[in-house]
Design a protein around this ligand. Structure first.
Ligand code: IXZ
Length: 326
């Protein structure tokens, strides 16, 4: 049985985390993304004008799936599309011998400009993979039958290298016990229900967060508008129309944000929520908590996930998420 571990290296402000992946003879840095289900990469088929500064997948080592294509658009209207190959993919020593690899023939500007990232490795459910005419499996679904345990884990850290493991849980990476909650995979996401919240440790706050997804590919923590408003009232933040989100003082006074999941409380330190200065040297920061208006559910992105050890587990038949304090 296979198992393995791969580093997750943070970009500036922990905007994304990148991990080394070998595809055929190419070694690329990919953004592991539990919020999408396509493994796609810059390739020899991506126009040079769009791929300056990126490592590229050389599809010559792959077997083309004739007539297959893919196309994906994310909530920020970024996106990519192209052709499909099968090739050998190795992540932390775990090998998928015939993995669908989606070679980009076109990528949007934000992908071209982020030269640290050579593509994405989707870890959501394969039901939302975009390959046509026949949907393909994620790397995790491809290797799942060969793994010691049918699960992967995520240990992201604030401003430091974290890791993903496949096939095993590393109990040295968390404290206390793991709290498991059921996952509803009907929308293809690692979707769960989050409970009550508190700001700055006071228990006065009422109401529940509700339906949420665990999404390593999204940088911030998107919460219901009412919860977000309550947070920034205590944090001395304000909604800045020009910035398109809440901002707050960078000066370290931001309160912690706590949320109950499976009856256990998990806390995001205030320092994670003073996310990044608006411009270099500014004393005003863009907030790491933003409203989930228009999305349809809350997104527990990296700002939350770097405060916990997360276990994405399908070993029990129905999928579940495990969370433990880091
Ligand atoms: O799309 C994802 C996961 N992939 C994130 C990603 C990674 C690299 C580059 C671009 C995007 N997650 C989800 S689930 C649901 C949404 C969503 C968000 C806003 C409106 C509608 C849907 C998103 C998403 O787009 N996340 C990324 C994101 C970007 C900007 C603002 C919010 C969220």
């Amino acid at each position: 049985a296979q198992s393995g571990e791969v580093a997750a290296d943070p970009q500036q402000y922990d905007q994304a985390y990148l991990s080394p992946v070998t595809i055929g003879n190419s070694e690329l840095m990919l953004d592991f993304d539990t919020g999408s289900a396509d493994l796609w990469a810059f390739s020899n088929e991506t126009p040079a004008s769009q791929s300056q500064g990126h490592e590229r997948y050389d599809s010559a080592t792959g077997t083309e799936l004739d007539g297959y294509s893919w196309s994906i658009t994310y909530g920020d209207q970024s996106g990519a599309g192209g052709n499909v190959y099968t090739d050998k993919v190795v992540v932390g020593g775990v090998t998928a011998t015939r993995q669908a690899v989606e070679a980009a023939t076109s990528v949007s500007a934000s992908f071209s400009q982020n030269i640290d990232s050579d593509g994405l490795l989707g870890l959501a459910f394969s039901s939302i993979n975009t390959v046509q005419p026949r949907q393909q499996t994620t790397f995790f679904d491809t290797v799942r039958p060969t793994l010691a345990k049918a699960l992967f884990t995520c240990d992201l850290r604030q401003g430091d290298a974290g890791s993903y493991t496949f096939g095993y849980i590393d109990s040295s990476k968390y404290q206390g016990t793991v709290t498991y909650v059921p996952v509803d995979d009907s929308q293809g996401f690692w979707q769960f229900t989050a409970g009550g919240y508190s700001v700055g440790g006071d228990n006065a706050t009422s109401g529940s967060v509700g339906t949420a997804i665990a999404d390593t590919g999204t940088s911030l923590l998107y919460l219901p508008a009412a919860v977000t408003k309550a947070y920034y009232e205590q944090a001395g933040g304000r909604y800045d129309n020009q910035q398109g989100g809440y901002t707050l003082p960078c000066n370290g006074g931001a309160p912690d944000f706590s949320v109950a999941i499976g009856g256990k409380t998990f806390t995001v330190p205030g320092s994670y929520i003073a996310y990044a200065p608006l411009t270099t040297g500014s004393s005003t920061c863009f907030g790491g908590i933003q409203p989930d208006t228009g999305i349809g559910f809350s997104i527990f992105g990296d700002v939350f996930l770097k405060a916990v050890y997360a276990i994405f587990d399908v070993s029990q038949g129905s999928p579940r998420l495990g969370f433990a304090a880091q």
